[in-house]
Design a binder for this molecule. Sequence first.
Ligand code: ATP
Ligand code: MG
Ligand code: FE
Length: 354
Amino acid sequence: PLVLGIESSCDETGIGIVRGTQLLANTVSSSMDEHVRFGGVIPEIAARAHLEAFVPTLEQALAEADVTLEEIDAIAVTSGPGLAGALMVGVAAAKALALATGKPLYGINHLVAHVGVGVLEGSVLPPTFGALLVSGGHTEILKVTSLTNDVQLLGATIDDAAGEAYDKTARLLGLGYPGGPAIDKAAKDGDKKAFRFPRGLSLPKFVGSAEEPGKHRNNFSFSGLKTAVARCVEHFEAAGEPIPVADISASFQEAVVDVITSKAVRAMQENGLKTLLLGGGVAANTRLRELLAARCASAGITLVVPPFSLCTDNGGMVAALGAQLVAAGAEPSGLDFATDSSQPVTNIVLEPRS
Ligand code: ATP
Ligand code: MG
Ligand code: FE
C-alpha cells in the first residue's frame, strides 16, 4: 500500500510516504532553532511552527515521491504520546486531508512508529524481537510480538528519559541545547573513568525486594546521576578550580550507556529475544552504538540500528507503521479520535469510536 505518514508530536513536522516497506519521501521541518534560546522545547512555539510548516512539508514530500494525494491508499498520523498542542495540529490536518480525499485514517502511536521504522531500508526483522527506545521523552525496553497488535513494555524510566538526562547535564556543564550531541562531542576528549557516577537501579537492593522481586530489573532512573553530576560541578566551583567538562561528560555518558546497554541485553536474554532494534534520537550517540554493538555481539544478539535520519522524529516512521497496519487489515481509526499525550506504547492504533 501507498501510505502518507504525518508526525507532529514534538518539534519536528514530518511527512513521509512509503510504498510497502519502501521509503519514497521523508520531509522534515524542525522548529529546534526557535527553542534553543529557551534551553528546551516550548510547546506553544512548536504548535505554531507545525501550523506554518505543514502544507509546504506535505507539498515537498508529494513532489519528492512523485505521487498525488489521490493515489495514496491511506493516511497515518501520530495521535500520541507527545505535546498536546503539537499533536492537535497534525491530527487536525490529517483529518482534513482524510475528509477531503475520502482516504482511511489511522491514529497511531509515536513510540511504536519509532520501532516500526525498522522495516524500512531493507532491514529484515524476525516475527518477535526486542526494541530499545531512547529519546528525549522516553527510555523503554519493548518486546514486539507483532508490530500491528502486540507490543509489550518490559521496562521504562521511572524519572528522566535518557535524552532528557543528556539535555539537563549539558545545561549544568554550560554546553547548550540540545545536550546529547554536545556531550557526545565533549566526551571524545575526556576520560570515562575519571569519575564513577551512579548506575541507576542496578544495585540488587533497587532491582527488587522480597515483596516485589525484580521490580526494577528492567527499569531505569537517571535523576540520581544528574544530581551526582551537579554535586561534582559544585565541588570544582567551590574549590575555585576549572570544571573538567570533557572528563565529566565522558564519565556521565559512560554511566548512562553502561546501564542502558547492560539492562537491554539482559532483558533480551531473559525473554529469549535474538534481535534488538535500537530507536529514538539518543541512538545517534556514538558510545551507545559502540557499547551496545559489543555487548550484543558477545551475547549472540543481532543488533539493528536504522540510519540516523530515521531514528529522530520523522513522518517516514509513521507511514511505515501505517503501511504495516493496512497490510495486516487493521481497521482505520475513523475521524472522531482525539490526541492522547500519554498514549501507552501498548496502544498501537486508536480504535474507531463506536
Ligand atoms: P519522544 O520520541 O520520546 O517523544 P523526542 O522525539 O523529542 O522524544 P528525539 O527527537 O527522538 O526525542 O531525540 C531527541 C533527544 O536525543 C534529545 O534529548 C537529544 O539530546 C538526544 N540526542 C541527540 N543526539 C544525541 C547524541 N549524539 N547523544 C546523546 N543524545 C543525543
Ligand atoms: Mg525532536
Ligand atoms: Fe520521538
